[in-house]
Design a protein around this ligand. Structure first.
Ligand SMILES: [Zn+2]
Length: 263
């Protein structure tokens, strides 16, 4: 019995490995076709339903699938009928067990037979690289101190589906209807919070402002169910984002900054 094992590039998919195995099996069948007048049948057993479905699908024009089809058609023309059969994986089926063992062994091959990396893997690599660059820039720039505190990692920020309502944008960037910001732009005379407990910064609004006591109590209660209070800003967006967004959306900046607010 002839046993062959081939190695694919690490970024190739499992499906590509299954498909390459089919191509190689057909190659061997071709090489064994000595007499074209003699009618033969070759059966290819695979535990990959996806591969079988792909071969049958008229919509799939993947390079390896096309090659399987073409080789099968040529063999058929040369009097060798090809049958594809599915076998259950990990069911102690003799040939399938050998194939599994060979697949494992092939990872140790020195030579890589197949290097056509799927588009999806290339896209992933490019995304990773651009995020890495972005992260580097993010760490280098001096601006966006508050946003950085909430999202130190670009990758994590991208993973979060953040609905940037005006209130959320204000808190996440510290740019908006906040006295410390308006004072910096010389729009108002004092950065103090009307609650009289310090300068009204994002930090103050998040953790200290008396005027948000009740709203903060709700946030605090849900954080304390699983963790500690106070929490860091990055943890607020990482572990308690939903609750934190709810807290931000409950802020009424007009009311907070109204000097006559009834406490
Ligand atoms: Zn305050």
């Amino acid at each position: 019995m002839e046993q062959l094992k081939f190695k694919l590039d690490n970024r190739c998919s499992k499906n590509q490995a299954e498909q390459l195995a089919n191509v190689k099996a057909l190659e061997v069948t071709e090489s064994q076709q000595e007499n074209q007048n003699e009618h033969r049948t070759a059966v290819i057993y695979t535990d990959s339903k996806i591969t079988l479905d792909s071969i049958m699908s008229t919509k799939n024009h993947n390079h390896l699938i096309e090659e399987i089809r073409e080789r099968a058609v040529t063999l058929n023309k040369n009097n060798c009928k090809i049958e594809f059969k599915w076998v259950k994986a990990h069911a102690r089926i003799f040939g399938n067990e050998i194939a599994d063992r060979l697949a494992k062994e092939a990872t140790q091959n020195n030579y890589v037979t197949y290097r056509s990396i799927p588009k999806s893997a290339i896209k992933k690599d490019m995304q990773k690289e651009s995020i890495r660059k972005w992260q580097h820039q993010w760490e280098e720039i001096k601006k966006g101190v508050i946003t950085k505190a909430f999202f130190p990692s670009v990758e994590r920020r991208l993973a979060v589906n953040l609905n940037l309502s005006p209130k959320v944008a204000t808190i996440m960037t510290s740019h908006g209807n906040i006295p410390s910001y308006l004072h910096r732009l010389k729009i108002i005379g004092s950065p103090e919070c009307p609650c009289k407990h310090g300068i009204q910064t994002v930090h103050h609004l998040t953790f200290q402002c008396n005027r948000l006591k009740n709203e903060r109590e709700i946030l605090k209660t849900s954080v304390l169910k699983v963790g500690n209070w106070p929490v860091s800003k990055s943890k607020l967006t990482n572990r308690y984002l939903k609750q934190f967004i709810r807290y931000i959306n409950s802020m009424d900046f007009e009311k907070i900054n109204h000097s006559n607010k009834q406490m």
